[in-house]
Design a protein around this ligand. Sequence first.
Ligand SMILES: [Zn+2]
Length: 572
Amino acid sequence: MLSIRSLVPAVSMLMLTLACSTGGSQRAGYPSPPRTRPEATGYRETSRYADVRNFLDSLRALGLPLTFGSIGRTTEGREIPYVIASRPAVATPADAKRLQRPVVYVQGNIHGGEVEGKDALLALVRDLAIATRPNALDSIILIAVPLYNADGNERVGPQSRNRTDQNGPELVGVRANAQNFDLNRDYVKADAPETRASLAMFNAWDPDVFVDLHTTNGSYHGYALTYSPSLNPAAVFGGLYARDSLLPVLRERMRSRHRREVFDYGNFLSDERAVPESTAKEGWATYDARPRFGTNYYGLRGRIAILAEAYSHDPLDRRIASTYEFVSEILSLVAERGASIRSLSERASGQPLAWGRAPDSLQMVAVRSELVLTPSTIDVIREAVEATGDSSVTEPGMKRGQRRTGRFTPVRMPVFDRFTSTLDRIPPAAYVVTPGDTAVVRLLRTHGIRVERSDSAWSARGEAFTIDSVITASRLFQARRETRVQGKWDRALQAFPAGSFIVSTAQPLGTLVVYLLEPESEDGLATWNFFGARLKKGEKFPVRKVLDLSRRGRSRPRRSSTVINTLPPRNE
Ligand SMILES: [Zn+2]
C-alpha cells in the first residue's frame, strides 16, 4: 500500500526524514508533529470531528505561524474549524490586505462521506507549516476549512451504505448536513447555517481562489483526480482564467512531478441518465453551470474557483495522496502568479463599478446557459471493468459480479466541458425590491451585496417585468419548489414607495446582483421561490429595474429621496 509519506513533495519528505533520523527535535524544532487519523491507522480510518479538533490543537501547541478559529456553527452546534497558514502569520482580513498576497480558501468534506479532502488538507497544512525551507506559505495566505460538513461527517455508517461507489474507508459519514440539505446545492439560497458561515468568510476575506474537495461518483476512468473551473458563462474573469491558464499547467505538473493523470471533471455519456442532445454516442461530459454548486457560485463573485474530485475507486491512501498533491500544486502555482491573480481580482471587482459611471462599459451578464454541443475531440482514458462470473464483491465500491482490470485505454471521443449563454441581460443601474421583501434583502446581504433603502417615495425611468408563465415544480427539491418564470421587460416611468430597497449593480458583486435578481435567471431568487405565490401569469415581477440612478428623486424635489445605507452584510 502506498504511503502518503512516499508521495509528498520533496521538501516535506526531506523534513520528515530529518525529523525521524534526528529523533525529531533539532532541525525542525517540532518534536512530534501530529499524525492524521489515516496516517495513524494505516489508512483504514478517516478523521472524526474530535480527531480534527485534536490534530489542530496539536498543531497549535507547536507554536507555528498559524491562526485557528471557527467559521461558524453547524446545524447541530459544532464549531466549523478553520486554520490560516501564512508566513508571517495572519489573523485578520486587515492583516491579509497589508501583505498584498493572494488568499486561497480550501474546503474539505462538504459531502460528509467524501473524506480524503479533509485528511489531505490537514496533512498539507502541517507539512507546509513545519517546513523550514521557503514554500507557498511565504507568498500566499491559505485558509483551510478541512471539515465543512461536520455534522454529516459524524453520521458514520458503513461505506457500502453511505458511499456505495467508493473504495473505503469502512466507516464514512453522509452526504447531507443535519437538515438533510446538500450543501453543494445551497450556495444561492443559503438555507443552511454552514452556507451562511462560509459566505461570511468569503465576504470578510474575499479569497482570490476557492478550492472545493470531493470524491467522484460514477464512471470508471483513468484519472487519479478530475477538476473543474467555474462553469457559469457569467464567470468571465476567474472561470476562463482557471480553465485556460491554471488547470492545463496543473495537469502537466501532476503528470511530470507526481506521475498522475488528471483531467476535466466529467462522466462518460454512456453512464449518464441524461445524455446531451447531440449525435454523440460516446463522449465525456461535465456536470452543471448553475451557482447552487459552490465553485460555479464563486466564479460569479469574480474570483477563481476549482472543483477537485479524487477518483472514488482508488483506495483511501491514493485518494489522499492525489488530493494532497493537487492542492499543493495549486498553492505553488498561485504563489508563482500572485501579482497577476490579484490584478485579475481587482479587475473583476472594478468592472461593475465602471457600469455606474460609463454606460458604454456595460457588459451583458449571462443568466441562462446550456452545454456547448460542439465539443473538442480528444483522448479520454477508460478503465476496463469485467464480469467475475459470480456475485462476489471484489473490492469496496464495486458492484457485485464486477472487478476492475487495471487496464487503462485512451479512447478518442467528444468532450463536452463548457457552457454557453442562452440568455443575457444588460445590467440596469439598480434593481428595486419592494419594502415587504425583507427575506430577499436579508439573503442579498448574506451574499455580501450592498442594499440601500429609500426613505421616501420616488419615481424614475425604469422597467417592469410582466410574467407570461410560471412553472413551479410539483416536488420539493432541497425543501423548496423550484420555479421558472418567463415574461417581458417593458420600459416606463416607475413609481416606488418609501422603504423600497435599492440594489445598485455598481458594486464589486454587480454580476451576482444581476444573476440573482433577474426573474428569468436559471438559478436566481425566483428559481428558489423567494417570491412565493405572488408570481402569477399577467402579474408584475416584484423586482423592478431603474435605468439611471442619478435622476432618482427629481420627480419629488421637495423630498429628495435620501438613501440611508442600512446594516452591513450580516455575518451569521
Ligand atoms: Zn461531492
